[in-house]
Design a protein around this ligand. Structure first.
Ligand SMILES: CC(C)(COP(=O)(O)OP(=O)(O)OC[C@H]1O[C@@H](n2cnc3c(N)ncnc32)[C@H](O)[C@@H]1OP(=O)(O)O)[C@@H](O)C(=O)NCCC(=O)NCCS
Length: 175
């Protein structure tokens, strides 16, 4: 038995049925609240309050991306930008009750396929580096590693939230 993203108990069979009702599509401005709802569930473990209250509300109005829906309810999202032909993931999140069920991989696959079509050769993403002892981001790094990203460089970053300087990894994947 597994718990669903809305708290009810599901069997694997029900989870399979959920896959039948899933859809990935480009996001539009009407999806703002659905994306923010998930992001707030990822706060404070992954997304800090500056991300929720300041960065995301701006970025979501400028960046492009995809949402994954189950019965028209957003359960995950990925957004990206591009500069000089190099694409970068800006935000990615899946409802915390359904982590590790393949949703993040589906979103990245869709993103990569569409970037490839327009000639993008590399995809980057920034995340908290391994030297920072914080378990939730070890899960995030395990995800990126599994889907083919590797560390390009480590930079120092100042937390917008606490002002603390920490190691930030820039990951890259050839697509
Ligand atoms: C990171 C995130 C988007 C991944 O999405 P997901 O749907 O949970 O990941 P998937 O199920 O597609 O995982 C694919 C593979 O990545 C690896 N992986 C994912 N989560 C993992 C975990 N918690 N522990 C170890 N490996 C993990 C596994 O190899 C997994 O494949 P497997 O389950 O067949 O072994 C999602 O967990 C999330 O929203 N995390 C919080 C927000 C976040 O970290 N955003 C990025 C900030 S930089």
């Amino acid at each position: 038995m597994q718990r669903s993203y809305n708290g009810r108990v599901r069997t694997t069979e029900i989870l399979d049925r959920m896959n039948d009702c899933m859809k990935i599509r480009e996001f539009n401005k009407k999806d703002f609240n659905g994306i923010m709802k998930i992001s707030k569930l990822l706060h404070p473990t992954w997304f800090d309050k500056v991300a929720i209250n300041f960065s995301m509300p701006i970025d979501l109005r400028i960046h492009k991306g995809y949402v994954i829906e189950d019965k028209r309810k957003i359960i995950g999202f990925v957004t990206y930008t591009s500069n000089e032909g190099k694409a970068e993931i800006s935000w990615i999140g899946v409802h915390p009750k359904i982590h590790r069920k393949g949703m993040g991989s589906k979103l990245i696959k869709k993103l990569e396929a569409n970037l490839k079509k327009i000639g993008v050769k590399e995809l980057r993403v920034g995340t908290v580096a391994e030297s920072v002892e914080y378990e939730p981001y070890a899960r995030t790094r395990a995800f990126y590693k599994k889907i083919g990203f590797s560390v390009e460089k480590i930079i120092k970053k100042r937390s917008e939230d606490t002002g603390e300087i920490f190691d930030f990894a820039i990951l890259v994947k050839k697509i």
